[in-house]
Structure formats: structure tokens, C-alpha cells
Write a protein that binds this ligand. Structure first.
Ligand code: HEC
Ligand code: HEC
Ligand code: HEC
Ligand code: HEC
Length: 337
């Protein structure tokens, strides 16, 4: 299953270890302590979905991230104190994406912002219809089943389109309905309005680009299982080389499980390189003024950079004039009023 294990080297596997996310949740809690339940609930829906589901749906309780009752709390000997610590640290794991149910809300405002529905019958949906189910039932208790929605961008939209409520100066929540919430990150909507949408001129789903296809044997059991075409490599690479590097360099302190973050970093660099085509359209020197026209074509399936609003992209280029040394005439032109 090494192909699916690639997931472990992505930011999705590290959504809860991510110290930037933890710091941001902590700062939100400090600024708006009266909204603590809302903040704990919202910020864990997508970043710690298993712990969120177990505590809020199964136990029908309230999730707290930090402090004595916190899912992420460690005691003085650095031992976890909460029963769902490990589940929280698994980030967006296998059983999250694969148990999201095909539901009318997928791809709509109602299903965005972490409002995915997890089925409660231990069915894991997959992309293939001709499947052996018994091995998996016997070994894991989950029943694999085919469902087309797994291959649809709307599956990703549940967490990759996020509208959040916001507060005024006094800390009161302003917008009354979800439609008026602030669009914090909207890659799915950007994709829907791009050429890459299912009905666009160059249709490609989130999965097509972020989970490239290969031919692979899914399991060693039963022994006669044939390799399958179109199996999705679980790269889930984005653009966040900074955080993956930080996680790698502080793996022990941050309780990072993955041991091969280098391959995740490498994949993110490859994604970034494929994001934009840079073309120099023309260069000229007129009246001593160097002019270079550069055209950028966005090849990513959404805005680039997309998603978390702090992302920035710089275009760094240098124009050099090498054909000949400047002559006196050139200087004269340069100084002309
Ligand atoms: C609907 C799902 C969802 C919810 C709810 C959510 N996030 Fe996120 N968050 C994401 C996704 C997806 C990304 C990654 C986007 C990217 O990489 O650009 C992300 C990225 C981040 C990052 C950047 C991490 C990094 O390493 O660069 C921070 C910080 C963050 N979220 C904080 C929060 C806080 C604070 C809350 C609660 C107020 C929250 N998130 C709620 C989905 C969510
Ligand atoms: C981001 C969500 C996500 C996560 C996390 C995830 N998967 Fe997947 N997985 C998918 C999607 C989407 C497909 C199908 C892709 C396609 O059709 O293009 C898939 C396909 C598969 C398949 C082939 C399905 C079939 O019908 O036989 C297997 C097996 C699988 N995943 C196992 C895993 C395991 C094991 C993990 C955890 C290590 C995991 N997945 C984590 C989204 C996810
Ligand atoms: C349960 C919520 C959830 C679902 C469903 C989900 N994601 Fe994510 N995804 C996240 C979160 C949270 C992060 C960011 C973690 C962080 O940066 O701290 C993330 C990060 C990513 C990144 C990496 C971004 C980076 O900065 O490098 C990619 C790429 C990605 N997701 C693609 C997908 C695709 C494709 C699907 C659908 C097959 C999908 N995700 C489904 C929650 C989800
Ligand atoms: C045509 C290919 C393509 C498609 C389709 C596509 N992406 Fe991307 N995606 C990229 C590339 C390339 C990057 C890296 C450049 C960037 O960040 O814009 C990227 C980056 C990302 C990031 C990381 C942003 C960051 O700053 O860390 C997220 C999250 C993401 N995509 C989610 C999605 C989701 C969700 C979909 C489907 C709605 C999707 N992508 C569809 C190619 C694609």
C-alpha cells in the first residue's frame, strides 16, 4: 500500500501537527474567549476531523483543543491526556475522505466549510467497482464500496471552500447567515469558474492534478488480485514547502509521524513549477529605456496562488543588455530630456 502511504508526507496528514494552525487557533481563542466553543469546533472540523467527529457526533459532546480537557493536551511527562489525541494527530486521514457520504449538499454552500457527512455504517467508498470486499471486512471491519462521488471535485469542496463568520470591534459576530460569511479560501469556486471545471474546455478534477494516476496492485491479499489502472497516487501535494520543511526540521518536538517529508517537499516544488508558464513576449530598447513584456499563463486549476489567504507569489526576473557596450550615442540618448 506504499502508494496510499504517500499521504503521510502531505500537509493533509499533518493538518493537526501544523504549528501555524495551532498558533492561529490559540490567538483566535485569546482574542475572543467568549467564542471559545465556536472557535474550537470550527477550527477542528477540517484540521482534526476524526477527533471532531468522535467527540461531537458520536459522544455528542463539545471539543476543546488546548488546556486540561484539550484533545492536544500533554502532561508534564509529555504524555497525551485525551483519549482521542492520536486520532487528532492523524489529521485528515483515510477514514475521513473515504467515509464522506454522497449527499445533495456536496459542492453546495450547505456542504462547504467542513459540513461533510460521515456515514455511520463503516462503509469506505472507493473509485473501483469490481472489488473484493471480504478481506477488508475481515481485517478492518470496514466494507469497501464503489461510489462515483469519490472521484468528484465536490468531495474536496467540503473542506476546500471555507466561509467563516467574523466579528465587529466589540467581538460580536456580524453576519447572520452562512451566505454572508467571509470567503476565507475558495479553491473549489475558483475551479468551478475556470477552464478546468467538468464542463470547461480542459476539464480536470482536483483529484486529476493532486492525485496523479498509475497502475498498481492495491493489496497483496488475496494473492491473485490483478493490478488496477487509474489508481490514484495519494500525493495530495500543494505548495506549502515552508511548513513541510519546518515539520521535518522539528519532527521530534512536534510529534510528526511521517519520516519522509522530503518527498512531500519535492512534490510540492514540482507542483509549483507546473503552476505557471512564463513567456517573454518581447524585449526592446527605445530611447534608452529597456522594456520587457512578460506573459504569465496560470496552469493550476484555480487562482494561483490559491487557498490560505497569506500565500504570495513573486515574479523575479532580471533584464540584461548584452548585445554591445553602450556607445556615446546611447549615452547621449540616455541624457536627452
Ligand atoms: C472548511 C475547512 C477548514 C476549516 C473549518 C478551517 N480550516 Fe484552516 N485550512 C483549511 C485548509 C484546506 C487549509 C490549507 C490551505 C492551503 O494550504 O493553502 C488550511 C490552512 C490553514 C492555515 C495555514 C497553515 C499553514 O501551514 O500554512 C492556518 C493557520 C489555518 N488553516 C487556521 C485555521 C483556523 C484558526 C481555523 C478556525 C478558525 C481553521 N483553520 C478552520 C481548512 C479549514
Ligand atoms: C483527501 C482525501 C483522501 C485521503 C486522506 C485518502 N484517500 Fe484514498 N482515495 C481518495 C480519492 C479521491 C480516491 C479516488 C481518486 C480518483 O478516483 O481519482 C481514493 C482512492 C483510494 C483507493 C482505491 C479505491 C478503490 O475503489 O479500491 C484506496 C485503496 C485508497 N484510496 C486507500 C486509502 C488509504 C489506505 C488512505 C490512508 C492512508 C487513504 N486512501 C487516504 C481520497 C483520499
Ligand atoms: C476533511 C477535510 C478535507 C477534505 C475532505 C480534503 N482536504 Fe485537503 N486539506 C485539508 C486541510 C485541513 C489541509 C491543510 C492542512 C494544513 O496546512 O495545516 C489540506 C491540505 C491540502 C493540500 C495541500 C496544501 C498545501 O499547502 O500544500 C492539498 C493539495 C489538498 N488538501 C487537496 C485535497 C484534495 C484533492 C481533496 C479531495 C480529494 C481534499 N484535499 C480533501 C482538509 C481536507
Ligand atoms: C490543473 C491542475 C489542478 C487542478 C484541476 C487543481 N489544482 Fe490545486 N494546485 C495545482 C497547482 C499546480 C498548485 C500549486 C500552485 C498554487 O498554489 O496555486 C495547486 C495548489 C493547491 C493548493 C495549495 C495552496 C497553497 O498555497 O498551499 C490547494 C489547497 C489546492 N491546490 C486545492 C485544489 C482543489 C480543492 C482543487 C479542486 C477544486 C484543485 N486544487 C484543482 C494544480 C491543480
Amino acid at each position: 500500500m506504499s502508494i496510499v502511504q504517500d499521504w503521510g508526507n502531505s500537509m493533509m496528514a499533518n493538518a493537526t501537527t501544523d504549528p501555524f494552525w495551532r498558533a492561529k487557533v490559540a490567538s483566535e481563542l485569546k482574542r475572543n474567549p467568549h467564542l471559545a466553543s465556536e472557535i474550537n469546533d470550527t477550527c477542528s472540523k477540517c484540521h482534526a476531523p476524526i477527533a471532531h467527529y468522535e467527540i461531537t457526533e458520536v459522544q455528542e459532546g463539545e471539543i476543546t483543543l488546548f488546556g486540561d480537557n484539550g484533545v492536544l493536551n500533554l502532561d508534564l511527562a509529555l504524555n497525551p491526556t485525551h483519549e482521542f489525541y492520536n486520532e487528532a494527530l492523524n489529521g485528515v486521514s483515510c477514514t475521513v475522505c473515504h467515509q464522506i457520504t454522497d449527499d445533495d449538499s456536496l459542492g453546495t454552500l450547505e456542504g462547504f466549510s467542513g459540513e461533510y457527512k460521515i456515514n455511520n455504517s463503516k462503509i469506505t467508498y472507493g473509485q473501483f467497482s469490481n472489488i473484493e470486499t471480504q478481506q477488508m471486512i475481515n481485517n478492518t471491519g470496514y466494507t469497501p464500496a464503489y461510489s462515483a462521488h469519490v472521484s468528484d471535485s465536490a468531495l474536496c469542496a467540503t473542506c476546500h471552500n471555507l466561509k467563516t463568520p467574523f466579528v465587529d470591534n466589540t467581538g460580536e459576530i456580524i453576519p447572520q447567515t452562512e451566505a454572508d460569511y467571509f470567503p476565507e479560501q475558495m479553491p473549489y469556486t475558483e475551479w468551478e469558474n475556470s477552464d478546468f471545471d467538468d464542463s470547461g474546455s480542459t476539464p480536470q478534477s482536483c483529484q486529476d492534478c493532486h492525485m496523479p494516476k498509475t497502475t498498481a496492485k492495491l493489496s497483496t491479499k488475496p494473492g491473485n488480485l490483478a493490478p488496477k489502472d487509474g489508481f490514484a497516487k495519494h500525493h495530495l501535494a500543494g505548495a506549502n514547502t515552508t511548513m513541510l520543511t519546518l515539520l521535518k526540521d522539528n519532527a521530534l518536538q512536534l510529534d510528526v509521524i511521517s519520516s519522509d517529508l522530503d518527498s512531500g517537499i519535492e512534490r510540492a516544488r514540482t507542483m509549483l513549477k507546473s503552476a505557471v508558464n512564463i513567456e517573454i513576449v518581447s524585449t526592446s530598447v527605445n530611447n534608452g529605456i529597456l522594456e520587457a513584456r512578460v506573459k504569465l499563463a496560470n496552469n493550476s486549476g484555480h487562482k494561483t496562488p490559491t487557498a490560505y489567504p497569506s500565500r504570495r507569489m513573486w515574479l523575479h526576473f532580471k533584464v540584461t543588455y548584452t548585445s554591445k557596450l553602450p556607445t556615446l550615442t546611447d549615452h547621449a540618448t540616455l541624457f536627452k530630456g
